[in-house]
Design a binder for this molecule. Structure first.
Ligand SMILES: C[C@@H]1N[C@H](CNC(=O)c2cc3ccccc3o2)[C@@H](O)[C@H](O)[C@@H]1O
Length: 450
């Protein structure tokens, strides 16, 4: 990356983050024991009126299962007899957790950073967090510092390690009001008391002191009475982690980059530095009710990654481990598919940037003008990379500015045959596999590098 985009607050965004392009989110918690939600739809594309009672986020089980009459409420009574949520902490054994296996897979998939939940909305900490007594995974359930275990494995493989922290919701140390509708979150769902603000600040500072996280990924904002603490906390963080990056979910206090989630807040995807997060399926926590129709397949995940990268963003793709510490086979298969694709395509993803405005028209045209194939572009200082999929007959006209690239240098990154020739509005390419759902990249030398 030759130019670090300025963050929303003017601090240059460290190049490692904007070059990374791909991270893995991990939502793992007591909620992974029931692992139950209705796969209703994506955030931003689902009716907010039904979202909370039919929440597809399995990590919201504590809240959803308390909405009288909801399917989760019925399920919790039928299967668990309405037992206390905290029983799930003790039922969570993580007996098959192998952080090295996870880190190996994440590295092969081309991820450059990993962000696990350290405390989600249920307030259960995955490390020996201050103020939690024994209500954490070191003293109960797994009886392990899961944050440290994953940090060590990830960093041993050269990946960066960040932490997710639910500052805005804590259904144990903060408010325990059941949230039935979006417009109720802020006024009675979220804790704002000074005691909770001090509690959360102490925990985030402990995460910084213990793990030096490369990413501070806060969620759902920060308690009102704790906002004045944040500038000092961020200063301490950057002093401890000079290349650290901070997301935008601190109620406007600060952001090195902006985020979107599934299809929510897509307007943030025009920022100098941004990141889209979503699960492989419709939930972040493992949801046993998700079927193939609810999950991205490899082609869908690769197209999402390439689309995000072609627009200058990062993709933070979430996996939801099972309570035993294994990755669900259907989610593992997607990461293995990405890993296979990355063996030929990593150079066209990492440390690239979008084409300059006007250099290409997203979506090329087929030779005979029928519906466009799927086309996205990236570039580095010397090359332009055209990712093509679904091109009927394996042919496509890639609409690019005349003179941008040298068609004679066309080469498929996976070594397949490709022919290319300049035409009036771009470059016509032909190759046997360009009609596949999985994008293939064709590399061109830039006519004028730089
Ligand atoms: C990563 C997921 N975040 C969910 C909460 N999401 C939000 O508060 C949210 C979503 C969002 C999108 C753009 C800018 C700010 C935003 O805040 C949270 O409720 C889920 O359980 C999961 O942890």
């Amino acid at each position: 990356m030759t130019d670090d985009p300025q963050s929303p607050t003017g601090r240059p965004v460290p190049a490692w983050f904007t070059d990374a392009k791909f991270g893995i989110f991990v939502h793992w918690g007591a909620y992974s024991v029931p692992a139950w939600a209705e796969p209703t739809g994506e955030l931003g594309a689902t009716d907010p009126e039904v979202w909370f009672a039919h929440n597809p986020y399995a990590e919201w089980y504590w809240n959803t299962s308390q909405i009288e009459g909801s399917p989760a409420w019925e399920h919790h009574r039928a299967v668990y007899g309405g037992r206390p949520y905290d029983d799930f902490l003790d039922l969570w054994r993580a007996e098959s957790f192998d952080p090295g296996d996870w880190a190996d897979l994440f590295a092969r998939a081309g991820a450059r950073y990993v962000v696990p939940t350290t405390k989600h909305h249920d307030g259960i900490a995955l490390w020996d967090a201050p103020g939690t007594g024994t209500r954490n995974t070191v003293h109960r359930g797994p009886r392990r510092d899961l944050v440290a275990d994953l940090a060590g494995a990830v960093r041993a493989r050269g990946l960066r390690f960040g932490v997710y922290y639910s500052g805005g919701l804590d259904w144990y140390a903060g408010r325990r009001a059941v949230i039935r509708h979006e417009d109720r979150i802020d006024d009675y769902g979220r804790p704002h008391e000074a005691a909770y603000a001090a509690y959360a600040l102490r925990q985030v500072r402990d995460l910084i002191d213990r793990y030096r996280p490369d990413v501070l990924w806060n969620d759902i904002g920060w308690p009102d009475l704790g906002m004045a603490d944040l500038p000092g906390m961020f200063a301490g963080y950057y002093a401890a982690v000079p290349e650290g990056v901070v997301n935008d979910r601190w109620d406007g206090a600060h952001a090195d980059y902006l985020t979107s989630e599934y299809q929510a807040n897509r307007q943030n995807e025009t920022a100098a530095a941004w990141e889209n997060c979503r699960g492989v399926g419709l939930s972040f926590g493992y949801n046993r009710n998700e079927g193939p129709e609810d999950l991205l397949d490899t082609a869908g995940a690769v197209r999402l990654l390439v689309d995000v990268v072609s627009r200058g963003g990062n993709l933070l793709l979430n996996v939801g481990p099972k309570a035993d510490g294994t990755l669900p086979e259907e989610q593992r298969a997607v990461l293995e598919g990405i890993a296979s694709w990355m063996t030929h395509h990593a150079a066209a993803v990492h440390a690239t940037r979008p084409l300059e405005p006007g250099d290409a028209v997203p979506g090329g045209e087929t030779a005979d003008g029928e519906g466009p194939p799927w086309v996205r572009w990236t570039r580095d200082d010397r090359h332009a990379y055209a990712f093509v999929a679904g091109a009927p007959g394996g042919e496509a006209v890639l609409k690019v500015r005349p003179g941008l690239l040298d068609p004679a240098t066309a080469a498929r990154l996976d070594g397949g045959p490709v022919s290319a020739a300049a035409v009036s509005d771009g470059v016509r390419v032909a190759s046997p596999w360009l009609d596949a759902p999985l994008p293939a990249a064709v590399r061109f030398s830039l006519a004028s590098p730089g």
